[in-house]
Design a protein around this ligand. Sequence first.
Ligand code: SF4
Ligand code: MG
Length: 322
Amino acid sequence: NLTTGEKIAAKLGARVETRSVHAVSDVSLEVRKGETLGLVGESGCGKSTLGRLIAGILPPSSGRVTIDGVPVMTHGVKATTRVQTVFQDPFASLDPRMKVGDTVAEGPITHGLTTRADAASYVAEWFRKVGLDPVWADRYPHQFSGGQRQRIAIARALAMKPDVLICDEPVASLDVSIQAQIINLFLELTRDLNLTTVFISHDLSVVRHVSDRVAVMYLGRIVELGPVAEVFGTPAHPYTDALIGSVPKLVLDGDELVRFETIKGEVPSPLSPPAGCFFHPRCALATPECSRDMPLMRPVAGRAEADTRAVACHHSEQLVPG
Ligand code: SF4
Ligand code: MG
């Protein structure tokens, strides 16, 4: 439960109470100051749940999330404004009856970052930073395009001066041309403001573009973690390999050449995860050990530190030899 000065750290499990399953289990993660950590995985893998846990929106059933040692939640209630979130759908997250300037000003006034008297110039400053004309502060959400609304949502989050920003699929609902603009804005802001960011996306090319490190999730667990270029360049987990494998791979079966499907099989139900490695029913490298023993995160072969590059697979040496 962790943490030294400049890090946010999470060690937790989340139980979806209604169904009594762990949506996220045994996750242990540190995000370093100023970095963008990408969180990827198929839909339902728990990446949004993990984002909500880190943001203090959802209480973990065990474990805790801290920023510089200070818990994000106390007694199941969000206890800090140091984490802010940008969601996928900016229209749903903006109050349609409120002028967007008031929406951006609300939190900073409540938390003393500005006063009611100074709010207009405070908001104007944030509007400019996200590429919006400050005169639009008096307009309502429906008067903006999707991309502009996401800029407003970003301004609202950043106006709270967070140390940590959680972005959950922030460009997934936008047109492709607008996606690029928002991503460029995001890159500019994270650099200029030295933000620490967790960037959740199912889109690997987006994650690759914005992240310093990446965590790959499968059925509520992190299965691979490391610098983004290394994880995507030489994946150590068969799931990561399959996830990025747009090029069909050829493998030998006896002396017959067979095609290795990108990812065979369905994602198992989190209600009844398979024994051992959760990925074994879909894994081309699975052995009897895999269906018996759950692999734990360990350093990738040849690496000294677990936090440099880590993987949860019994046979990762087959992908990344030491
Ligand atoms: Fe595949 Fe076994 Fe590694 Fe799981 S532990 S990913 S089943 S090789
Ligand atoms: Mg999601």
